[in-house]
Design a protein. Sequence first.
Length: 612
Amino acid sequence: MKLLLYIRENKNKSIDLIQLSSKYQFELKDEKKGKKIISKKNPKYIEHFYGEKINDFSVIVGDNGVGKTTLIKSIAKKSESIYIQNRSDSNKDCLIYEDDKGDWSITNKFPSIVNLSSYPMTISEKKISEGFYFSRPKSNQFFYSPTLETISKKDFSLVIDCSTTNILNSNNNIKFHENSYTQLVRDDLKRQVRFVNDYEKEISSVLMTPKKIECEVNIEVDISESLMNFMEFEKRLISSNVFKNYIELWFKIKKEILCLENFEIKKGIDKFCQYQVETFFIKNLLLIFPIERVIHSESLPSINNRKLKELMVLYESLKKFFELELKNNRWENKLVTRNISDSDEYGKETPSSSEKVNEDELSVSTTIVLDFDDSFVKLFLTSFRKFYMEDLSKVLSFRWQGLSSGENSLLNLFSRFEMNDDKIEENVIIFIDEMDLGFHPKWQQSIIEILIKVFQKMFSDSLIQIILTTHSPLLLSNFRKNDVILMAKNDLGYGIVKENDISTFGTNLQKLLAHNFFLENALMGDFAKNKINDYFEIVIDHKRTELDYEDNLNYLKSIISEIGEPILRKRAIEEFTNYQKINLEKNYFSKELDLLRNEIEELKELKNNAEN
């Protein structure tokens, strides 16, 4: 499936045709009966131009405030209408798309265009059906944006929303709070590590994989109610006859898998580590072998279970990590443990009734620097999809060491697309907003090639269509002219789609940057332009300044020395020379005039003296 054309009526009531594929060329014609769309096949179109798996690739470019984000979100939202009838959708725009057989369909009628206002519809004799799949969707749609928006409503029903705003909303039931960002950073890191592990070769041209990773360890001496050790778990099973089958299964796992004969009672930091690791094992064991299923089964499930073996590997790795990395004196010195007055038959420590605990002294944290290639790091961070690890993630949190904000943005851009747990279909449509945000200009030139390599590997069994937005002209030399959608404001301040007259593909970046679409005839920043205009007003128009003549000359010389554009600098020097010459002549005549005035005054004085 391929999105071909998005049609909308903009705020000044004119119609925009946003071509999402350069396979066909669409045009709006004025006829007697009204406006009509015609189309023809693009004779220069090259199938899979951007890559074997890339169906089409479009970029929406324009300045701030022209409506790029609104447009890409509208297209993504309308693409859901291919699969669901959204009667609450007030968006009357429409989307034309092509299925795998080459047939065209439309999401809804468009009353302002005569050949799309009623059924049957045709565009240049091409029949268009009202496309609506009541069956399971045959494509996955993804939306990514790194920006944080203040509006917290959910944008999509079917589109997999990987945006920062949506993830924060999902984590906190629409309301942001301080823990939401911490959770987002933690989850992003897990995804980033998995991504780097799988795609290190594809991103190596712009990003050197960090060699070190920091592990922050948070220790709570006070054992919470949600944690239990093997001893307590066994006690709870034995306390009820209902769990008879499960007790038998547990004893078998305890002996053959865990190889435990007796339980060990630990204190202090060892006790904390024991509870964390054993709680992790117990909770995942209950997911692998649900109690309800086991107790109603006529026979015990086999413990020769792949998931159980994987759980055991991670359990042993966690034990080893706590023993090797955390068992040292500096921890013991920081921790304040409770006075224990008694213990029950299973070793559960109970504080005395007179015990007073300073809650501020019951926790401590430290940071351990580990190698990224450390087997424990990769095992831990790649296990979140397989096992329940919420308790452990509060104790062990990881972050890259020395990762810049731009590098973090790059990793998030790609790793967020692995959030999806659904089956990947034969067609994938990817919407990316603010593609250039956080990237150095050099990266902007490289990012499209990296994106193509990564997505073709990530969605290797699918055909991919990509639509993105950007402010930056630096990306455009990677795109064919017909794949670039230019947006600008009209005289009323509304964002409209402009005809693209820029031959972008392979174009020199300086030529792109100098195009008046991007710079509006300004070859420099506004501050520099105003400063240089002020310079010329002084040297040409003789604008008065508060400086005396000598200080003014020094100021003007300083401005000349900072101008980098050679032609402009030459002109500035010429005008400065003229300015000096004029002022020298002006000063000469001013002095001559003063002399004449003095002589006149002297003559007047002599005359007065003679008369007296």
